[in-house]
Design a binder for this molecule. Sequence first.
Ligand SMILES: [Ca+2]
Ligand SMILES: [Ca+2]
Length: 497
Amino acid sequence: MRPTLLVALSLCLQAAEPTPARWQQFRGPNASGVGSDNAKPPVAFGPAQSLLWKVALPTGHGSPCIWGDRLFVTAFDSNEKALSVIAINRKNGKVLWRQPLKTTALEPVHAISSPATTTPVTDGETVYVYLGSFGFAAFTLDGKLSWEHPLPTSKMGFGSGTSPVLAGDLLLITRDYLPKPLLIAVNRKDGKLAWQKELAPLSFQSSGAHSTPLVLKDQLVLHRPSRVSGHSLVDGSELWWVKTASVGTATVTEHDGVVYVAAFNGGASGPTIAKVPFDQALAQYDMDKDGKLSRAELPPSDLYLMRRADVPDSVPGAHMTVKSLFNYFDADKDGSLNRAEYDMSYVLASGTGATSPDVGYGLMAIRLGGSGDVSSTAVVWQQRRSVPEVSAPLVYRDKVYMVTAGGIFTCVDEKTGQLVYRGRINAPGAYYSSPVAAGGKVFVASGEGIVTSLEVGPELKVLANNDLGEPVYGTPALIGSQIYIRSVGHLWAFGPK
Ligand SMILES: [Ca+2]
Ligand SMILES: [Ca+2]
């Protein structure tokens, strides 16, 4: 055969097998949160509008991972205390298979969270899951177990939020908490450990990182408490880092060689309550006069470490008190807080050094390409107001978008960080879900279950506030003009009929 014929033939074959629709990991292609540019997703949708299907599922705060006509989610059945991975037919919402993930112990989680908070990842042949209470497992798209790699139950404060990622032959996860923060890489083919790397120590007492690693061509970027860092995919070694005053919760995104990080700082970005001195707290609450504060003596709604002003009191765990974090501060485990332990609680709550001019926080743009400590050279800009704690930034059409508690929506210029607009979107409450975009529209979902659609443009323009009637913690997934949303009890598919 002549080469031209071969080329023609191979083009024919390619045309015969169109690329499967994919949203293959947390936040989809390149972890960008960006779907198809020429999509026409519905802007107004809900139980009675643009609904393609809806299926009841056990709870889970992860997002759907999508390949072709299949969706995959992790789930937790709170009655049976059982974790599973579930595959769903994307055409009609029917459950195709469900595989249990047997655990010896469930990790403790935040009052609002679930033991199933992670999004699976797929390469189109295998779907991989990671859960803090289990470790890794891999299944064929038809639900046959390929391999398991159990790990000890995670000790992440508030439970794991980090989803697994694929890079080359590797499947990776961080277990980024003290005393030994780890980056773990297993081979995707057989689940065997490829390497694990102990990460640089965290510079302050922290519950740990909840962000998902970002895979770039030649490195992995981590958003950690007090640090953003780039790591070798060969052995996990740290290639560069920027010191931050961040809690390390929101997942990062990258565009044109710049990494965008919502470096939320409890002390600086959120309202911190003034410290009540230990002696004053003793005078008020030390009932047995032993000079210490036992858990029972501590008040449930006083001695605030952080009060999230825009999150309603009815949201479990909305505010942090000395009592709510008692276990972290009772270092000697005697059941009471002494002076040093009590004072440490406020050290944590006051942030991580944001008063130091060389430590960044806020929405940060970090240019890639440096090595070593690039804290003073790689930060292009910082935008310090209204920075989300959990929700990730979205880069879309030369702008960066973010949404924070209270439904405060901010748009800044991608290159300069200058504010384009900031305003409320009429959907208050907590925000855990990250914004996504397709076809010139941005979608954000509140913890109250309102999914707001916005027009991309020079000013804030809310198109619709869509009420799903139950909380949404997962980030929506987009395929073409279709939107897939996980709420606490359901998975919804919206789109043009
Ligand atoms: Ca006491
Ligand atoms: Ca103690």
